[in-house]
Design a protein around this ligand. Sequence first.
Ligand SMILES: C[S@@+](CC[C@H](N)C(=O)[O-])C[C@H]1O[C@@H](n2cnc3c(N)ncnc32)[C@H](O)[C@@H]1O
Length: 311
Amino acid sequence: MTTSAAYADFAAREAHGVSPTYERLALAVSRDDALLALLDTLPPAKRQPNLLFGVVRLLGGPVDDPVAFRDFTESNWPAVAAGCRSRATQTNEAGRCAVVLPVLAALPQPLALLEVGASAGLNLYPDRYAYRYGEHRLGAGEPVLDCDLTGTAPPARRPEVVWRAGLDLNPLDVTEPADVRWLDALIWPEHARRRERLRAAAAVVAADPPSLVRGDLVDDLPALAAQAPPDATLVVFHTSVLYQVPQPRREAFAQVVRGLPGHWVANEAPQVLPYEGLPEPPDAALRNVLALDGRPLAWTWPHGQAATWFA
Ligand SMILES: C[S@@+](CC[C@H](N)C(=O)[O-])C[C@H]1O[C@@H](n2cnc3c(N)ncnc32)[C@H](O)[C@@H]1O
C-alpha cells in the first residue's frame, strides 16, 4: 500500500466516525505530495498516521487545521522525522480491560497475569479499575471503564490477581512525566474521556508499579512466564500488539504461548491473528477478535468501548 493509500485508509476505516480531526488530517496528508515525499524518506513502519500525528502533537504542533499542520510539519521536519524514528505507537488503553474482563473473571482464580506488548502496563490492573456494563457496575473509584456488552452476561466479579508482569520492546513508565506525555499525545484529539482515563489509570498504576521487562514477546516470554507462581492460573494476554509484529514472528509467538501452562487471551485484529469460521463483523470499522486459547469469542471495539459475543 502506498503512503497516500495508507492515510486514506486510516481516514476511512479508523478515524471516520471516531475522530473528525484525524479523518480530515489523514485525508489532507493522503493528497499532499510534498508531505508524502517527506514521509517516504522514513522507514515504512515509521510513516503511519498515528505516529506522525502523535509526534507533531508532542512537539506542540497543530492538528486541528490541515494547512497549519502541513506548515508546522514541513518547517520542523528534522524534529518530526527524529521523533517518528525514535518512537513507536504505544497507545496504552486501559479501557481494553473491560472487554477482556469477562474472560479473566471466568478462569480459575487467582490469576498470574503476564501481558506481552504491555506498553506502560495499564492493562495489568483489571482488578483495580471500576466497570460499568450498562446498569451493571463492578468496583468503585476511578477510572470507570464503560463497555456495551452484548451476547454474554457481564462478569459478576473482578479477577483476583496475585502476580502481574509485562513484557515490551520499550516499556513505558507512568512515573516518568515524559512517558505520560507521549501516551497522552497518542490519544486522539477529541477523546477527552480517554485522556481522563489515562490519567486515572496511570495514577492507579503509579501507586503500585508493575514489573515490566524489556524484551521480545517470542524470545523472552518463556523466562518471564517461569517466574509466575505455580499455584495461580497463568494468563498470557495481549491486546492490539501483533499488528506490530512481522507475520513469521506472530506464528512463532503462537507456538511459544501454546507450549506454556495456563491460558492465552488474545485481543487482536482478525487480519493479524486469523481464525477459521469467524462470523461477519458487525460493521466495516476496525474491530478486534477476543479469543481464549485460540478459540474466537467476540468482536471487540478498539478502545474497549463495546464487545459483541458470538452466538
Ligand atoms: C499499540 S501498543 C498496545 C499496548 C497495550 N497492549 C494496550 O492494548 O494498551 C503495542 C505495544 O506492543 C509492543 N511490542 C511490539 N512488538 C513487540 C515485540 N516483538 N515484543 C514485545 N513487545 C512488542 C510495543 O512496544 C507497544 O508498547
